[in-house]
Each structure stands twice: as C-alpha cells, then as structure tokens.
Design a protein around this ligand. Structure first.
Ligand SMILES: Nc1ncnc2c1ncn2[C@@H]1O[C@H](COP(=O)(O)OP(=O)(O)O)[C@@H](O)[C@H]1O
Ligand SMILES: [Mg+2]
Length: 1023
C-alpha cells in the first residue's frame, strides 16, 4: 500500500481502498482511467482486479518478473506477479497452504492469469535439473489440457470447457517439486454439437490441420475439417485468432516432454480420429424403420482405430441389449435412437479419454518424495456465461460460479469480520447481496433444482424435460430467483418460452431451455456399448472403460449430483487454505482492444461484489497495519520513535500518531493493528515520510559508513588479537623450552657440583668447565694491580690450583716486564744508585728505610749558587754533585754551614768563596756513619801532614744521596762503614776524638763533658 501511495498521482489510484470516495462512479472512473492507460491491474487491498485488455501488453517479460521477485507487495504497481510472489513468500514464511481463486465471467482472462502465475513460478522459483523436468511438465500441461478441454465459444476463442484446479507443490526451500490437477465436469456435449459460431475442442482441428501426412493416412483422416460433421456445426472451423497448425506442434512437443511414448500417442490420436469418424457414421431407416448403417467406410475406420470388430461395433450402435430375467434380448434402434447412441459413445470416449489424460499428466508431474510440502492451488474454472440458448452445461457452469461467489463472500466477509472482532474495533456491518439463496435454490437436498432433476431422471414412467419443468414450477413456484413462463408476470412472460426457466443469478438473469436436461443429466451409455469398448485394442479406450463399472442394478450418480459433490469437495479443499483473489473483468463483449464498455464493466463490478468488498475493506477504516509494520515505516517521523522504539509497538504507534497530530476520530487502536479512517490522513503522513526520507537516507548512509568502518576496525582488531595470541603462544612455547632447558642445565649443574671433586666424568665435565671459566673470569677482574701487591690473588678451586699458580707467576712476570719497560733511563740510573745505597745501608742504618722513598736529585746546589771563584778553582775537575752540609769544628764542634762539592777527583768543603778543605779521593781512607737515625757522617782522611786538616765531621740532610754519589764518583763503596756505638776520628794527624751516638727525645748534637761530640737522634719507630 505504501508503494501505491508513492505512485498515486500517476494514473488513477493503484488501490481502491485509498479512493477518497467509495461510490461506484469513483470506482468506475478509476478503473477506466487506469484501463485507458493500459494499467489493467488495480488492488482492493490484497485482492487483484484485472481488466482484460484484449491486446498484448509488454508486462509479462523476464524483466518484469525480476522486478517483482521478493519485493513487498505494495511497493510496486499492481501486477499478477506481485500477487503470485506475495502468496509464494507468505507460504514460505508461514509454512501453510494457499490458493489463488481466479474468477470472472467467460473470456475475462482467468485462464491467461493462471498461465501467467504458473510462468512466474517457473521462472522465480529456485531450480535444479531435476526440478526443471517437473517445472517443464507443469508448464506444458497447459497447452495439452487446453487443446483437449478448451474450445472457441461466442464469448471466448479459447474458452475453458472444464474446471481446473491445480496444486503446485513446493518443498521447504521453495522449489516447485510437483503438481497435481483436479478437473471438473468437461462440457462433453460439445463433442457432438456446437452452437453457431462455436467450435469443437481445439484438438480435433489441430489434428486435422496440423497432423503429419503419414499420421493422417494412418488415422484415415482428410486434411479438411469441413469433412467432419462433428466439426462443422458451428460453421466456423477456421478462426483467424487460432493457429491450429502451430498449436498442434506445441501439443506434440508437450506430449513428448511429458514422456508420452509413440504407441501411447498413436492410441491417443486414434481416439480423436475415431470420434471424428464416428461422427460421420450415418444411419438410414430400413424397411421396418429401424436404423441401419449408411456405408461401412467410416465404421471401418472406427473399428480399425479402436481395435474392435466392425460387426460388434455396428451391433452396439444399432441394437440395445435388454436383460429379461435370464435372457438377453437385442432390441433394434430407430434412426434417432441410433444417432443418440452414436453421440453418447463419442461423448463417452472423449470424456473418459480426457479424464485419462489428466491422470497421465498428473503422473508426469507427480512428486514421489514424501517430505512435507506446501502448496499453492490455482483455480481456473469456466466463468459465468449466458448464451442465446442456455442448456444443462450453462446451468452447471453458472451454478459452479454461484458456489465460488459464495465461497468468496464467506471468506472475505468472515475474515474481515473476524479481524474487527479480534482487534476489538466497533464496526457497522456492510450490506451485501448474499447469493446463498441461489445456491440453495439449485443444490438444496430434496428441494433444490438438482434434486428435482434427479428425481425426474430416476422416476419410473414417462419423464420428459417438460415434466421436469412442471415439477420445478410446482416446487419453486414462489422463489424470488426462479421464473418460468407460467409463473411470470405479463411483462416477463413475453421474454420466456414455454420450455424455459429463468434463474436470477448473482451475476444476472439466465434463461435455460429445459430440452436435453434429463438426457444430459443421465448421461447414459448403453451397457452393451460399454462392454464392447472394454475389449478395445486401443489401450487408452480399454483402460477408460475397464474400470469397475457401477452395479448394473443401481443407477449411477447423475451428472448434476456428481458435479455438486465434486464442487463440495473443491470447497473443502479451498476452505483449508489461505485465499488470494484475482477478479477478472471483461472490458467489452467484442474482444476488442482498448474498448471499455462502461455498462458491461459496471455490471461485472456489481455482481462480483467488488463495491461491497471495498466497503468492507474500508468499513470505517481505509487503512490498517500491524503496529510493528506501521511503526517500522513511519518511526522516522517522531524523535521518540527514531531510530528505535524500545517499548511495546502499540505504545510506539500511539506516541507517533500523537506526534503527528492525528485527531481521535481519525484512527483507532486495535489489539495488534492501527486503523486509519481516511486515506487523506495517511497521505499526509506518507508525504511527511517522503520528505523525511531524503534526510533519512543521508543519515542512514552515514550510519552505514560508520558501521562498515566499525566492522573493518573490529575485523582488524580481531586479526591483531589473533596474531598477538599466536605470537604469545610462540613466545610461551619458547619460554617453556627455555625453562625445560634451564631445568636440565641446572640439574646437570647441581650434579656437577656434587661430583665436582671426583675425576672428570660426563656428569661433572661441564660443571668443571664452568668452574674453570668462571674462575678465570673472576680472576681476570681481580688481578693484583701492582707488582708489589703479593697478597691479592683469587683462591682457586681445587681443579685450578696448579693453573692458578702458573698464572700467578705469569702475571707477576708480566707486571714486572710492564714495569721494567715503563722505567726511563734517568729513573733506571737513579734506581741503580738506590741499589748501591741499599747494598751499603740496608739493614744497617736505622734511617735507611725512610730514605728509600726519597728520590735522589742530580745535585742539591745548582752551579749558580756556587761561588765563581770556587768554580774557577775547580774548573778543570767536573762537578758531579753538591750539597749543603753542616761541618762541626774540630775542637769545639761548632756547627758551620758549608757546601760539599764532589768532583771527579776530590771532595771540597766550601765556605762562600773559600775552599776550606780539599779531600782528594785518593786520600779518603774511609767514611763512617752511625747505625742510628742521625745524619752525621765522618770522612776519614789520610793525613800525614800535621798542618793539613784531618777527618771531617759533618751533618748532611741528604746523607744517603750524598754518600751514594760519593761511592760512585770516588768508587768508595767498600770504604763506607756503618758503625755501632762511637766513632773515633783524627782531627789532626795523631790527635783523636770521638763522636758518641745515642738516642733521645729530640735530635741534637753537642760537645759532651768528656769532650766527645754527642749526637742524639730519635729512635725509629719499631718496624
Ligand atoms: N492479460 C491479458 N493480456 C492480453 N490479453 C488477454 C489477457 N487476459 C486475457 N486476454 C485475452 O482474452 C482472451 C480470453 O482470456 P481467457 O483467459 O481465456 O478467459 P477466461 O479463461 O476467463 O474465459 C485470451 O484469449 C486473450 O486473447
Ligand atoms: Mg478460461
């Protein structure tokens, strides 16, 4: 419906429910407007109204089918495909059975509509090769059944002369997996008689016109339909709108697709041909005016084609077997009687063959799989028809249409009424014409027309069509829908013949001529003929007549009663299913394209009850929708319901309509649906929705983009997590391996540790390697820093003791070497001097150890500080060393500061510019020092000359330095003595004194009372 709203300003309105006004004029206007625009379909809710355009419209192609597939019913313009698709999808979702009731009068387009639906399913349903076979067979069943069951009538060039109900079976996937056809009352009388302007069933003409030469020869047929009396009564064997030749090809092809083998086809065509030949069998009265055969030729063909001896056949056609107690008597026919028997046989053969054919087609379409299936039934039955002369057939057909109308009224009214009741909505019942009264008139037990007819048929005595009429007049006398010549008022009587009765059908008046009613209802075939047929060599005929024949004593059910019960069965079948309706309307009586016969259409609209249907649909409310659906469509119009309404849908709808400003009288809230009274209210809402849609589209787009991006993000995140997980797994496995390895290593380590003192084994070898390595590494970091450091050495593990010792020595040597390499020549010289010093004093003089660290200098007095005169005096001797000294006087031991200069040859005591004493080294006998810490030195000089100065007593701060230099310069190493106690010295030749040494608190030197020089020195600290 929403789709219809969108397109409402195109041509007319697509759904009558949305018409502002429900008048017939408005209805007709809309219908005409649309018809003129080639829009033949219009909805009344879900009911489809179709107007026959009598021209090919380009709306049944593959593209159109694609458009309608799976699309919401109301979203596209009305179409038979939309209805088919909707029924199909409803069936799939609700898993229930459906049927599509196609109704309308003859020529309104019912058969076309049913074909379109079948074609749509063939294309739209999923398919497999297996299913394609079934589907093809379903499709081709149509042309075959049409060839045998359709004929040209005054109303329709392809009028269905049988009723057809076809079930299409679908499996749960929606594949069309099988089909089944029920056929209803074929108009057999057409085989032997056609009204002016009508034809026999198509198949006869198709065979004669299209049959291959060879086939025709075989069947003894001539290619000329004029030749056959069964084909010429209507005087219109050839019609421009029908191409029998092409149709023949189609039928042959179809039979092949349905797996009819050659012999079956031969037999089938044999039956058709035999009927034609039978029609040409003529009788002549013999001398006793009994019937005898005119010529044998035609009978010969019949006998050949049916495989029955001509003799027997002839007997069957001209005699009647009468059972008289134990005997059988043959009673000859009059000519009329013989013709009657001949026609009865032709009808019987054709009628039964038709039933056989339907059975055969059903076999071909049968689905043997027993799984659960749902079905869509297609009902295409002969439409209501009124001819100039109407007979028993029209009576049955129109009765059938009454029944379907009754079904329609019941279903639609009931459904509608139930809906209001179920929804708790108050409504005014709509007045409509209920045709039950007519149905009852026809079918009521004991009182209906059929009962009266049956009674007449079965009644002993002389029952005729006219007595039947009389009985009717008796019984129905005052029925408002029944009139006869006798019962009618003056005015009506003029329009009625004496042998007529008139029924006021729902669709209009029909005057039936009673002639033939009894015969047709009896449909008698003489028993001997039946028996003859049972022996036929034609398999089809044999099969058709070999069924259990009803008890010969009991009369078979009459045709009308059979038909009545088959319709009852059909009603039951339909009532158990969900109904969909297609109401076909004829646009004009002359089959002209583009002509819209206002009166004719209005009449159909009226009797089909379309107006009532429309009013009921609108019963106060033009529009209804389930809350969910309404809310889903219009929720963008209210901020409270957009984008989601979280409460109950009905509350959401209430909020929504309040927001839209609906007035209380404009709508009503049912239990599950909202009902909207006027279309304009809905249009306003729809218009608002249209405006809102664009804005919505943008929003949706944005949302969707966001959604996509989010999805992509989530995907990436998931991927990342996955990778992470994998990576963690890899790492954990690595870690596990590492730990296992570590455990092994540690175990081995511990085992190694425990056996570390044993001989090298596999258990401890690695441990020992580790111990060695670790020891060496630690050792490397803690090597002694200096040569002198002899205590620092890492204690080795037992296995390394020897190595450690070697290493220690190597290291020592290395350090020594490094040290030695690092010594300068000057330092070397000095050290060499120190070595000399050591040799002389080490362990002898107490102050020596303290002096070791004191470096020696080259000299203690630079040459500038030596007086020029002195320098000049000793110029030729090179000065090797000078040092300040304190010289003690020889007598009083007064200390005098002097310079001691050592040259290559002598030592000089210098006081300023004066050389006080020159001691040649050769005269230097010895040098003495004490063993204490004092700095007193005594030079022992050889002195023979008294005048010459004697030994020198001096104090020198750089005692060891000076003495070492002296020992080197003068080569006096051996002459230097360290003396304990006192030292004697000669201060003059022959004159001696003594220097005493002692220790005390403070160092000092003084002349003691004994005249000795007393030198006190501090004690060295104990070492
Ligand atoms: N939808 C249609 N489009 C074109 N022509 C149609 C359509 N429906 C019916 N006709 C024409 O009307 C004729 C009668 O239609 P048909 O379906 O046989 O009528 P019904 O079965 O109701 O008696 C068809 O042969 C065809 O020419
Ligand atoms: Mg039809």
């Amino acid at each position: 419906m929403e789709g219809a709203l969108v397109a409402r300003d195109r041509v007319g309105i697509q759904d009558f429910v949305l018409l502002d006004e429900t008048s017939e004029t408005a209805f007709m206007d809309n219908l005409r407007k649309r018809f003129t625009g080639d829009l033949i379909y219009t909805y009344i809710g879900t009911l489809l109204v179709s107007v026959n355009p009598y021209k090919d419209l380009d709306i049944y192609n593959r593209k159109q089918m694609d458009i309608y597939m799976g699309v919401n019913f109301f979203e596209l313009p009305p179409h038979i495909y939309a209805l088919a698709d909707n029924a199909y999808h409803t069936m799939l979702t609700e898993l229930n059975n459906h049927f599509i009731l196609i109704s309308g009068e003859s020529g309104a387009g019912k058969t076309e509509a049913s074909k379109k639906i079948l074609q749509y399913y063939a294309v739209s349903c999923p398919s497999t090769t297996l299913l394609d076979r079934v589907r093809d067979r379903m499709l081709v069943s149509n042309p075959v059944l049409e060839a045998f069951g359709n004929a040209k009538t005054l109303k329709n060039d392809n009028s269905s002369r049988f009723g057809k109900y076809m079930d299409i079976q679908f499996n749960s996937e929606g594949d069309a997996v099988g089909g089944h056809i029920l056929s209803y009352l074929l108009e057999k009388s057409r085989v032997v008689h056609q009204n002016h302007g009508e034809r026999n069933f198509h198949i006869f003409y198709q065979l004669v016109e299209g049959g291959e030469e060879e086939l025709l020869r075989h069947l003894g047929l001539e290619r000329d339909s004029q030749h056959y009396s069964y084909l010429v009564q209507g005087e219109c064997a050839n019609v421009p709108s029908i191409n029998d030749r092409n149709d023949w090809k189609t039928v042959r092809n179809a039979l092949q697709i349905m797996d009819f083998d050659e012999s079956t086809m031969e037999h089938l065509f044999g039956v058709i041909a035999s009927v034609l030949h039978l029609g040409n069998v003529q009788f002549e009265p013999d001398s006793k005016s009994y019937a005898s055969l005119d010529t044998d030729a035609e009978l010969g063909w019949v006998s050949k084609l049916l495989g029955i001896s001509a003799q027997v056949l002839q007997e069957g056609l001209t005699y009647r077997k009468i059972e008289a107690k134990t005997d059988e008597v043959l009673s000859p026919f009059t000519v009329d009687h013989a013709i009657y028997a001949r026609d009865a046989l032709a009808k019987a053969i054709y009628g039964r063959t038709f039933t056989w054919l339907v059975g055969k087609i059903n076999e071909a379409m049968e689905n043997k799989d027993l799984s659960r299936k749902t079905v869509i039934g297609l009902l295409d039955i002969y439409g209501f028809e009124v001819f100039y002369v109407n007979s028993f057939e029209q009576f049955c057909i129109n009765y059938c249409n009454e029944k379907l109308q009754q079904l329609f009224i019941q279903l639609t009214l009931k459904a509608e009424q139930e809906e209001y009741e179920a929804e708790g909505i108050e409504w005014e019942p709509v007045q409509f014409f209920n045709n039950k009264i007519i149905c009852d008139l026809v079918e009521e037990k004991h009182r209906g027309i059929i009962s009266v007819l049956d009674e007449e048929c079965l009644r002993p005595g002389e029952a005729t069509d006219l007595t039947f009429l009389e009985r009717l007049e008796e019984k129905m006398g005052c029925h408002p829908h029944f009139v006869t010549h006798m019962l009618a008022d003056k005015k009506t009587r003029k329009t009625l013949e004496r042998g007529d009765f008139r029924l006021l059908h729902y669709a209009g008046e029909v005057t039936y001529c009673v002639v033939g009613f009894l015969d047709k209802n009896n449909d008698l075939l003489y028993r001997n003929v039946r028996e003859v047929m049972r022996d036929s060599k034609n398999a089809i005929v044999r099969e058709c007549f070999s069924g259990l024949e009803p008890d010969s004593r009991r009369r078979p059910e009459t045709v009308a009663t059979q038909f009545k019960s088959s319709l009852l069965g059909l009603t039951e079948i339909l009532m158990a299913k969900e109904a969909w309706y297609v109401r076909c309307l004829k646009s004009n009586e002359s089959k002209q394209p583009g002509r819209f016969d206002e009166v004719l259409v209005r009449h159909q609209v009226k009797y089909l009850g379309l107006m009532e249907h429309l009013r009921v649909r609108r019963a106060g409310f033009a529009y209804r929708r389930r809350y969910e659906v309404f809310l889903k469509r219009y929720k963008p119009l209210c901020p409270a319901t957009w984008p989601h309404w979280h409460g109950v849908p009905s509350d959401g709808v209430e909020v929504l309509v309040q927001h839209l400003g609906y007035m209380p009288h404009e709508y009503s809230m049912g239990r599950t649906k909202i009902f909207i009274r006027h279309p304009r209210t809905l249009f306003a809402t729809e218009d608002a929705y249209e405006r809102c849609k664009h804005e919505l589209a943008t929003r949706l787009q944005a949302k969707y983009k966001g959604y996509r991006a989010k999805g992509e993000f989530r995907r990436q995140k998931e991927a990342a997590t996955k990778i992470e997980t994998c990576w963690r797994g890899v790492q954990a496995r690595k870690e596990k391996d590492r730990r296992a390895w570590a455990v092994k290593v540690i175990k081995k380590f511990i085992r190694g540790y425990m056996t570390r003192k044993e001989a090298k084994t596999t258990d401890n070898s690695e441990y020992l390697v580790f111990v060695r390595q670790s020891y060496l590494n630690r050792l490397k970091a803690s090597l002694p820093k200096t040569v002198l450091d002899k205590t620092t050495w890492l204690t080795p593990p037992p296995v390394m003791r020897e190595t450690s010792e070697i290493l220690r020595q190597l290291n020592m040597r290395l350090m020594v070497r490094k040290y030695v390499r690092g010594i300068t020549p000057q330092r070397k010289a000095q050290l060499q001097l120190k070595v000399i010093t050591s040799a002389i004093f080490k362990g002898k003089k107490d102050s020596y150890p303290a002096s070791v660290a004191q470096p020696f200098l080259d000299t203690r007095i630079s040459e500038q500080d030596i007086n020029m005169k002195v320098l000049q005096m000793i110029r030729n001797e090179r000065i090797k060393y000078s040092v300040p000294v304190v010289k003690y006087d020889r007598n009083g031991f007064k200390p005098r500061d002097r310079q001691l200069i050592l040259t290559t040859t002598a030592a000089y005591i210098v006081d300023e510019a004066k050389v006080k004493q020159r001691v040649l080294y050769t005269t230097l006998r010895g040098v003495s020092v004490s063993n204490l810490t004092d700095n007193v030195v005594i030079f022992h000089v050889t002195c023979e000359d008294v005048k010459q100065k004697g030994d020198l007593v001096m104090q020198c701060d750089h005692l060891f330095e000076m003495l070492t230099k002296l020992s080197v310069v003068a080569n006096k190493q051996g002459a230097i003595k360290v003396v304990q106690g006192s030292i004697k010295f000669e201060f003059q030749a022959g004159k001696e004194n003594t220097v005493d040494f002692s220790t005390g608190q403070e160092p000092m030197a003084y002349k003691a009372k004994n005249g000795h020089l007393m030198v006190v020195s501090t004690r060295t600290r104990a070492r």
